[in-house]
Ligand binder design. Sequence first.
Ligand SMILES: NC(=O)c1ccc[n+]([C@@H]2O[C@H](COP(=O)([O-])OP(=O)(O)OC[C@H]3O[C@@H](n4cnc5c(N)ncnc54)[C@H](OP(=O)(O)O)[C@@H]3O)[C@@H](O)[C@H]2O)c1
Length: 277
Amino acid sequence: MSNLKVVAITGASSGMGKATAELFAAKNWVVYGGARHLENIPTAANIHPVQLDVTDSESNHHFIQTVLAEQHHIDVLINDAGYGENGPVEDISMEKAHKQFDTNFFGAAELAKLVLPTMRQQGFGRIVNVSSIGGDIYSPLAAYYHASKAALQQWSDTLDLEVRQFGIRSVIVQPGGTQSAWGATAMANVRQNLKSDSAYAKFADLLGNALDSGSRGMTATSGDLAQVIYAAATDPTPKRRYFNSMSDHLTVIVARAFPNVFRATLLRSLKRLGKRA
Ligand SMILES: NC(=O)c1ccc[n+]([C@@H]2O[C@H](COP(=O)([O-])OP(=O)(O)OC[C@H]3O[C@@H](n4cnc5c(N)ncnc54)[C@H](OP(=O)(O)O)[C@@H]3O)[C@@H](O)[C@H]2O)c1
């Protein structure tokens, strides 16, 4: 047990979760990093890697029990683990749709339930949920991803109202496109989820190529997002939402305030894409 601040981070083996684990460790926190690929969690004296599959209830219990048995307190839980089970709604199996929600939503919800009793007894705690600007905006071939992130946001806002009376806050970070393994996983899933005789094969190709060139221009790094997540975890007066850039924030504002403008813009881009085919 130590008197240092303690953070549990899911998704600590790659991308922004890994960068966040490194940042908290550099700031002298005691870090518990969870992921399925234990070997990819960064090594440092104050980083404790723990085998974790957030879709497995036993694994979630083991992760939080390890933290509490060794440290007896927890300051922050960061729900970062997530991926895109992308593909057309018609093709994607319900099993995969459930897996998307089990990872991006129910995993986070169960971990929060497991830390709340301790945070309530302490009289403080912070739960940082990594959503996406895709919790408010949407694009084709990612229906279950957008739905899972939108669910996470509504859930976090509701939880926050219930627990702030105990000194606990639940907040959301909404990254836009960020350099990590996320895009390659999502594209691989589109291919895997397309049926062999899919009516969406050509559409998926067109969209895949457009996303591919879009992602090459992506400037935000996982390190940038780690800074945003750190701010969300330590801000003395936490906000409901945290963004990495003004353009990410503006995109969400436009999509929420002017949904028809957002949709018309999206439809125009899809039409342009179709003409290029
Ligand atoms: N990159 C972007 O453009 C972007 C934009 C908006 C939002 N986000 C969100 O940001 C978060 C982090 O993504 P990233 O960009 O850093 O992607 P990434 O590099 O692919 O990392 C994803 C992390 O999630 C973990 N994970 C996935 N399934 C898991 C499971 N069942 N149990 C435990 N861990 C699991 C992976 O670890 P293992 O495979 O080792 O388990 C990995 O550490 C995600 O929630 C993602 O949806 C990303």
